[in-house]
Design a protein around this ligand. Structure first.
Ligand SMILES: Cc1cc2nc3c(=O)[nH]c(=O)nc-3n(C[C@H](O)[C@H](O)[C@H](O)COP(=O)(O)OP(=O)(O)OC[C@H]3O[C@@H](n4cnc5c(N)ncnc54)[C@H](O)[C@@H]3O)c2cc1C
Length: 471
C-alpha cells in the first residue's frame, strides 16, 4: 500500500476542484489535489476525435442512464474535468435565478450582487472573451434565421484567449488557468488517482482510500477533505463512504436534443470549433444554438436518420449540428451499486420537461428553416425529415412523447447547499451536515439547474465558498 499525507485533500480537478485548490494554495494552505483521469494538455488531441474521447471523456463519451426515456449523459474524466472537453461557452450567472435559490433554499450571500466580485474575477482570470471577427457561417446563418423571426440572438463569449500569433486562440480550461496557479502556489497535483471512499472516524474524515493507475491501493491521510468530483461522481464517492442522507436524490440537468440540418451550400467549418451563436429570446428556460460539426460528431447525430448515411456524410460540409436545451424540472438519482465501480444514474423525465423540449425542438427547426436549411433530420429515430412548417407538429409530438434521444451535458444538484429546514445535505457554503471537516465544492452544490451554460456559475460559487473556507 502507498501512503500519502496532506493537510487539505481536494478530490477532482474540474472547475470546482481547480478553483478550490487555487484559492486555498494561494492563501498559503498545503493542498493535495487528486484526479482520477490523466493530464492531456490542451492541443494534445483533436477535439471530439476518437483519441480525445478515449483519453478525456468518461466511458469514451456518452453514458446511458436508466429510465423510460433514453437519456445519455456526458462527463469529463481528465485533469481539468469537463472544462477540457466542453464548448467553453460562457454565460454569466443569472441574477434572478440566484435570487430565487437564495429565497427557496435559505442561502445567504448569494442573491443580488453578492456574487458579483467573484464573477468579475472569473471573467478576468479565465479570459472570458468574444469571438474575434466573424463567428463563422453556422453562427451567421442562425443569427439571420433568428432575426427574420424577430428573435434576439448573440455570439456568446468563451473561456478562450486570442492573440495576434494565433487568431483561433486557445481554450482557457482548468489546465491553462487555475491548476497552474495552484501548482505555482505550492499545491501538489496528482493525476491518475481515483478515490474510492473517504475514511471516516466519528464526525471527522481522516483521509481517503484511492487506487492508482496500476491498480495499487493508496491511503491518503489528511485533516480535511473537499469533494469536487462533479455532480455524479461526488454523490458516488459520498454514498460509497456511507454518507447517503439527501445525497444523490436530486440530480438536475438541462435536457437537450441535437438535430442535423442540411443546407445547399457550406455550413460546417470544423476549424472554428463550436460555433458561438445562441438564441437569447427564450433564456434561461430554453437555449437554442450551434453544436460541434466534426465528422465523428455529425455521424453520431445522424444515427436514426432516413436515407443513406454514407452518402449524406460524403457531403459533410453541407450539414451542421444544432441543439435545443431546456431548464428541466426533472430530478434524477445517483446510486452506488455494491461491487460495481460505476454510478447507477436514473431519470424519469417529467411531462413538463418533455413538453418544453418539444416546443424547443419546434422552435429550433423553425429557425433553421428560416435560416435556409433544406431539411432538418428528425431527432426521433426513423421519423421523416422536417422540410416545411407543416412538418413541425409531428416533430413536436414525437419529442413530447419521449421518442427522441435526450442528452445531458449539464449535471448538478446532487448535494444541494442551503438551509437544513429545506432538506439540504450541505450548508450554504458547501460544508456537509453532520461532519466536522468535509466540504463539497462543485456542480453538486447548485440547488437547482441554472438553465444556462453553468461553468461560470460553478466557478463563481466555488470561489465564494473557498474564500469562506479560509475564514
Ligand atoms: C460535453 C460537454 C460540454 C459542455 N459545454 C459547456 C459549455 O460550453 N459551457 C459551460 O458553461 N458548461 C459546459 N459544460 C458543463 C461544464 O463543463 C460542467 O458544468 C463543469 O465542468 C462541472 O464542473 P465540476 O467541477 O462540477 O465537475 P467536472 O468538470 O465533472 O470535474 C470533476 C473531475 O473530478 C474527477 N473525479 C471524479 N471522480 C473522482 C474520483 N473518485 N477520484 C478522483 N477524481 C475524480 C473527474 O475525473 C473530473 O475530472 C459542458 C459539459 C460537457 C460534458
Amino acid at each position: 500500500m502507498i501512503r500519502l499525507d496532506a493537510k487539505t485533500l481536494v478530490i477532482g480537478s474540474g472547475p470546482g476542484g481547480a478553483m478550490t485548490a487555487c484559492v486555498l494554495a494561494e492563501a498559503g494552505h498545503e493542498v493535495l489535489l487528486v484526479e482520477e483521469g490523466d493530464h492531456v494538455p490542451v492541443g494534445a488531441t483533436e477535439p471530439y476525435s476518437l483519441d480525445d474521447m478515449t483519453r478525456k471523456w468518461r466511458n469514451g463519451g456518452l453514458t446511458p442512464s436508466f429510465g423510460p426515456v433514453k437519456v445519455t449523459y456526458v462527463e469529463g474524466r481528465c485533469l481539468g474535468g469537463a472544462s477540457e472537453i466542453n464548448a467553453a461557452l460562457y454565460h454569466p450567472p443569472v441574477v434572478s435565478v440566484l435570487d430565487q435559490w437564495a429565497r427557496d433554499y435559505g442561502i445567504t450571500d448569494l442573491g443580488g450582487d453578492a456574487l458579483l466580485r467573484h464573477i468579475d474575477a472569473v471573467e478576468r482570470e479565465a479570459s472570458v472573451s468574444p469571438f474575434p471577427g466573424s463567428p463563422g457561417i453556422a453562427s451567421e446563418r442562425l443569427a439571420a434565421g433568428a432575426a427574420s423571426l424577430g428573435w434576439k440572438s448573440v455570439p456568446v463569449k468563451r473561456f478562450w484567449k486570442y492573440d495576434a500569433a494565433n487568431p483561433l486562440g486557445r481554450r482557457q480550461s482548468m489546465t491553462e488557468t487555475y491548476l497552474p496557479r495552484a501548482r505555482a502556489a505550492g499545491a501538489r497535483i496528482q493525476d491518475g488517482l481515483k478515490v474510492k471512499r473517504l475514511l471516516l472516524e466519528g464526525p471527522r474524515a481522516v483521509g481517503a482510500i484511492a487506487t492508482n493507475r496500476e491498480g495499487r491501493r493508496v491511503e491518503i491521510r489528511c485533516e480535511r477533505v473537499i469533494v469536487c468530483g462533479g455532480a455524479v461522481q461526488t454523490a458516488l464517492i459520498l454514498r460509497r463512504s456511507g454518507l447517503t442522507r439527501g445525497i444523490g436524490d436530486t440530480l438536475t440537468m438541462n435536457p437537450m436534443i441535437r438535430v442535423v440540418a442540411e443546407f445547399d451550400d457550406r455550413i460546417n467549418e470544423p476549424a472554428v470549433g463550436v460555433p458561438v451563436q445562441q438564441i437569447e429570446a427564450f433564456k434561461p428556460s430554453m437555449t437554442l444554438g450551434c453544436s460541434n460539426g466534426t465528422l465523428a460528431h455529425l455521424a453520431l447525430w445522424l444515427v436514426g436518420a432516413q436515407g443513406d448515411r454514407e452518402k449524406l456524410l460524403a457531403e459533410w460540409w453541407r450539414f451542421g449540428v444544432f441543439y435545443a436545451k431546456v431548464m428541466g424540472k426533472t430530478r434524477g438519482r445517483v446510486r452506488n451499486v455494491p461491487l460495481v465501480d460505476e454510478a447507477h444514474v436514473s431519470f424519469k423525465l417529467e411531462r413538463d420537461d418533455l413538453a418544453l423540449l418539444g416546443l424547443a425542438a419546434e422552435r429550433l427547426a423553425t429557425v433553421l428553416l428560416a435560416a435556409g436549411a433544406r431539411s432538418v433530420v428528425n431527432p426521433v429515430p426513423g421519423a421523416p425529415a422536417i422540410r416545411s412548417l407543416a412538418d413541425l407538429p409531428a416533430l413536436r409530438a414525437g419529442v413530447e412523447a419521449g421518442k427522441a434521444q435526450v442528452t445531458a451535458i449539464h449535471l448538478h444538484s446532487t448535494v444541494p447547499m442551503g438551509a437544513e429546514a429545506r432538506g439540504c445535505p450541505a450548508d450554504a457554503y458547501g460544508k456537509l451536515r453532520g461532519l466536522e471537516n468535509v466540504w463539497v465544492n462543485d456542480a453538486s452544490l447548485l440547488p437547482d439547474t441554472p438553465g444556462i451554460n453553468p461553468q461560470g456559475t460553478i466557478l463563481a460559487i466555488a470561489r465564494r465558498n473557498a474564500e469562506r473556507l479560509l475564514g
